[in-house]
Design a protein around this ligand. Structure first.
Ligand SMILES: [Zn+2]
Length: 115
């Protein structure tokens, strides 16, 4: 077992980056329906709607890729990617580091001790 007294606060900047990119990704997903309603209210033409969907898909791909390539500060692997699977869980898929480990220092040690 690794050092149980590791300093979680040194993971702060990297975990903050992971959280911010996740927020962008989920924000793009959530903005889809309101954006479609809004654009449909302005111009319901097919060309406008397809353009809006195309822009949304591009934004989704960019934010998805951005959050996928963030590395875990503890193990150095991709936080949300393991092999061919990409899961947006709140723990690293490799070392189980919690995304809020820097905010709640005791959480990680509780998990490590198996309690
Ligand atoms: Zn990790």
């Amino acid at each position: 077992m690794t050092d149980t007294n590791e300093n979680m606060s040194e993971y702060g900047p990297a975990l903050k980056l992971i959280r911010r990119r996740r927020r962008y990704f989920f924000g793009v997903i959530l903005v889809y329906i309101p954006a479609i309603w809004f654009i449909h209210g302005i111009s319901p033409a097919n060309k406008t709607m397809f353009s809006t969907i195309g822009i949304w898909v591009i934004l989704l791909l960019i934010t998805c890729l951005g959050s996928a390539i963030t590395r875990c500060p503890r193990c150095g692997n991709y936080f949300h990617v393991h092999g061919m699977s990409m899961l947006y869980l709140r723990r690293c898929l490799h070392c189980q580091l919690h995304i809020n480990a820097d905010k709640v220092p005791y959480r990680s040690t509780i998990i490590k001790n198996g309690e």
